[in-house]
Design a protein around this ligand. Structure first.
Ligand SMILES: [Zn+2]
Length: 231
């Protein structure tokens, strides 16, 4: 099948990139399928949270970051599948099922048919106390590889983003992390309740930095070679 062939080609390209960056590196993934599903949280009628000062809707920022991550991963040779490419989400008004449930089922169907090696869901955080800021990565509790992937991405954030010092955390409550048995992480890119985060999350530069650091963390995890976070 074309999709399968694409994934194989993507995997080979990723493996070659890894080998050229480190002569002795062996793909840690074995025969793992390395299609990456990127899930831009919310969208359609569901705007998610919003910026305290500017009112910027979370769903818009999620999609902007997700598209930058898509490009970064494709440039690195990965095959990427998006759960949504736009703000246009279709709902069946006669299904008797809530729009939120329909939306989540549609995302789950995309993930299941992609048979991904990794799932990355993009969100923005909010908290009553505006002092709290910085990106934070979540993984599904009990997933050992999910934990390692989350820590690899969090380490990249903490090493390169000003004010980033949070820890990767487990959660049992995120539906999107439970859909696939593949390592799945949810990245809260920052707090829309924090002045610095709300400002920088709306800039191309910071969005690109987030995408590049997520790719770097993914490659660290694939190499089984996580850098030590700076303290
Ligand atoms: Zn969200």
């Amino acid at each position: 099948m074309a999709g399968r062939a694409m994934r194989v080609v993507g995997w080979i390209a990723a493996a070659l990139a890894l080998m050229s960056s480190c002569a002795r590196a062996e793909p840690a993934a074995g025969d793992r399928d390395v299609a990456v599903v990127i899930d831009a949280g919310h969208g359609g009628y569901d705007h998610g949270t919003s910026g305290t000062r500017t009112g910027v809707p979370e769903d818009k920022l999620n999609l902007q970051v997700a598209k930058k991550l898509e490009q970064a991963l494709e440039n690195a040779g990965f095959t990427v599948v998006m759960t949504r490419e736009s703000d246009d989400i279709q709902y069946d008004p006669h299904s008797g099922v809530s729009r939120k449930t329909q939306d989540m089922r549609q995302r789950a169907a995309v993930i299941e048919s992609a048979q991904p090696g990794v799932v990355i869901s993009i969100h923005m955080n909010k908290f009553p106390d505006g002092r709290y800021g910085g990106p934070q990565v979540f993984y599904h509790q009990g997933s050992e590889q999910g934990k390692l992937l989350a820590e690899a991405v969090q380490n990249q954030f903490n090493a390169h983003i000003e004010g980033s010092d949070r820890e990767a955390l487990s959660s049992g409550g995120y539906y999107i992390l439970k859909v696939s048995s593949a390592p799945s992480i949810l990245v809260e890119c920052g707090f829309l309740s924090n002045e610095r985060d709300e400002r920088r999350l709306q800039t191309e530069t910071f969005q690109q930095q987030l995408a590049d650091l997520m790719l770097a963390g993914l490659l660290d995890w694939l190499e089984g070679n996580q850098p030590v976070a700076s303290n």
